[in-house]
Design a protein around this ligand. Sequence first.
Ligand code: PLP
Length: 424
Amino acid sequence: MEKLAIHGGTPVRSRPLPPNYPGAVVYGSEEAERVSDVVLAQAPFRYYGAKLRHAVQSLEDAIAHDLHTPYALAVSSGTAALMVAMKALGIGYGDKVIIPAHTFLATAGAVVCCSAVPVYCDIDESMNLDPSDLERVYDDEVKAIIVVPILGNPVDLDPILAFAASKGIAVIEDMAQSCGVRYKGRFAGTIGTIGAFSFQMNKIVTSGEGGAVTTADVRLMERAIRYHDQGGLRDRARYGIDSPDEQFAFSGQNYRMSELAGAVMLEQWKKLPGIISAMKRQHDRIAATLRSEIPGIRFRSCPDDEGCIGSNLGILWPDAETAARFNQAMSAEGVQSYMLYGGKPVYMLPALFHKRTAESRHSPYDYPFKRPVDVHEQLCPRALDLIPRATYIPISPILSDQDTTDIIEAALKVHRLLRLPAYS
Ligand SMILES: *Cc1c(COP(=O)(O)O)cnc(C)c1O
């Protein structure tokens, strides 16, 4: 008699599947040689050094070229990319920024650290921002919308761009989890006003830490460069900028990328198309099999199947309890399936819920907004309902066909033996 591993049966999988680090698991001699070249050249800083290798500059050129956008700036993290993007737009004290209720805490944290206040917009079954909720949360103190394609799933940008244009506000694409995602044939991150990428280890391509900002607007790029480099603009010729410093300078941060990270990222970047096609092939195979074998199974919705990178297979269950039972039983079978962020909207995190900041006085939340920013549990009811019902199976770029077969087998076995209720 077939028995689930949680009930003492034999797990489908005894050898562990590859870890959930799509970029790091394809590290090889390419990254090692490139970074070793920078070390041996004794040139770890991007802007000067006797034998400077220009790894960071080459990375920026490669990103801009491959994403078909005019400008890319490498920075030290995805959070830094968000900060730089907002400061390029001039966002600060007294401003509100709309973000989705479902995202990593860094999206909200960056807004607060920019001295602005996050306003939470509900999500839909794509698990991304629901364009139809924008009108409800918007007021004229909002300066930008940050959209976040969650775990490789494109955001339905057209209605969001139309809304933003009608209000004259910016759209920032937080691409941290979804490098390489496309929407209607264009690379996400280059479609809104400005894009922010992360190269931290959990993301699609990685240098351990790192990030990038992309834009088609040279004025925004100048401000981004300045904010990330203490207000300075070192290579004007590269951007065809000849404005005098005195007029445009402001105080900035140091969010520069080191040449060591740049060297690794330059080689990682070349691997992005291969990583995506490998993930997508296995993702689509698992999805197609589950769809035909499990009547009524429901995946998170996708506004552009072509543009999804397949890094995670998102399943929506009829209720949170079923989702939790599925995850638990899958783990016992040796196949990871997880719920994101403790199953809660981002605003339920204590720092955001209680509006706590590092400042002892003059917190961004203290600004006398015309319409005060309210945070309470029922703020975004669809997010509250959907997030704990969504489970994700990570899809590594190095899954073998046998690995994928095991993932499918585990999901079918769990579904069959747990007699999970179908989506109605
Ligand atoms: C990871 C992540 C970030 C932050 O990136 P870091 O490189 O870790 O600073 C921002 N937004 C989202 C949605 C993320 O997943």
